[in-house]
Design a binder for this molecule. Structure first.
Ligand code: GLU
Length: 311
């Protein structure tokens, strides 16, 4: 198993980020992730960046990118540097694809979603050894195993998550070769997220635990690109008392600007931070200052996912 040397940066070089996809407005679950990454960055004297992951126009909602930024502002979650928009970085993604292509790490794939389903959902590398007619629409896949001889990786990849602890994934059986450029010509999230984290010098990624499963393949891509691997911490997702996750798909209610104080207080509580009751109606800035000073990443470990609105 290859185990990853995650960045051990000193505090002043900490760069964290929040990277929403503008598929809808922010809800309580996204506030929890944004707040955790913001507070961890500030508590450690670092910068906190916002990146708009607007890579997939068919899934986006008109106006959502602006609504997300206005909401972060209303909640006092101010970012450093300018917001990066993935829709403006296609050339960069193409450059990285070319690099991978030159190293013989990509191959064209003509398989359909149905083909993937018949493989049980994990791509089995079928097009690695087939001739694909590249005048038809095709995807570009990354080889995750049986690499050219100058690469030495094993199929098993392990890393220590700052919140969830030791993790291991077998890239061959649990991930399969990933699409980096889609058949419809769009760049895949798996490529853009890693390229941008490298280009923005991100050292710490604190995000929702729905992305824990894709972390090993992202780390693998950092390694293939010879880049430093950031530290990862995955925050347990907030669920309603009925067990349903708070997500855009489940139509979690949008955060109201007027509820900024109570929602921030609730999010601190959800994150195990124990905010004093009297701060319940304090201004967002005051709540955030309390959070920055008193932040304990360890308090997130072993959280219950259930979020109940009662203070
Ligand atoms: N854009 C992704 C999302 O909204 C998050 C990506 C990440 O944090 O790595 O789910």
């Amino acid at each position: 198993m290859s185990s990853v040397n995650i960045l051990n940066q000193n505090k002043s070089s900490y760069i964290g980020r929040f990277a929403p996809s503008p598929t809808g407005p922010l809800h309580f679950g996204s506030l929890v992730s944004a707040l955790a990454s913001y507070l961890d960055a500030h508590h450690n004297g670092g910068k906190w960046l916002v990146r708009m992951e607007d890579l997939d126009p068919p899934r986006e909602q008109a106006g959502a990118a602006d609504a997300i930024l206005r909401c972060l502002e209303a909640y006092g979650l101010e970012w450093d540097d300018s917001v990066v928009y993935q829709s403006q970085r296609y050339e960069l993604y193409e450059d990285y694809l070319n690099r991978l292509h030159q190293q013989d790490l990509l191959y064209p794939c003509g398989c359909t979603r149905q083909d993937l389903q018949t493989m049980g959902g994990i791509y089995n590398g079928r097009c690695r050894s087939r001739t694909v007619n590249t005048s038809n629409p095709h995807a570009q896949r990354l080889k995750l195993y049986d690499l050219p001889t100058n690469f030495h990786f094993s199929d098993e990849l392990g890393f220590t998550d700052l919140i969830q602890g030791e993790q291991t994934q077998n890239l061959r059986t649990q991930a399969g070769d990933q699409i980096l450029k889609r058949k419809d010509g769009l760049y895949a999230y798996q490529l853009a997220v890693v390229v941008d984290d490298i280009e923005q010098g991100i050292t710490h990624i604190i995000r929702g635990s729905d992305l824990l499963d894709v972390t090993a393949r992202q780390i693998f891509l950092f390694q293939l690109l010879n880049a430093l691997v950031p530290a990862f911490g995955h925050v347990t997702l907030a669920s309603q008392p009925n067990g349903q996750k708070l997500s855009k798909q489940n139509l979690a209610p949008a955060l109201e600007f007027k509820d900024a104080s109570i929602n921030l207080w609730q999010a601190l509580k959800f994150l195990g931070q124990n905010p004093p009751q009297e701060l319940c109606s304090a201004a967002p800035k005051e709540l955030l200052n309390w959070g920055k000073t008193n932040w304990k990443l360890d308090a997130i470990k072993g959280l219950s996912a259930i979020y109940s609105r009662s203070p």
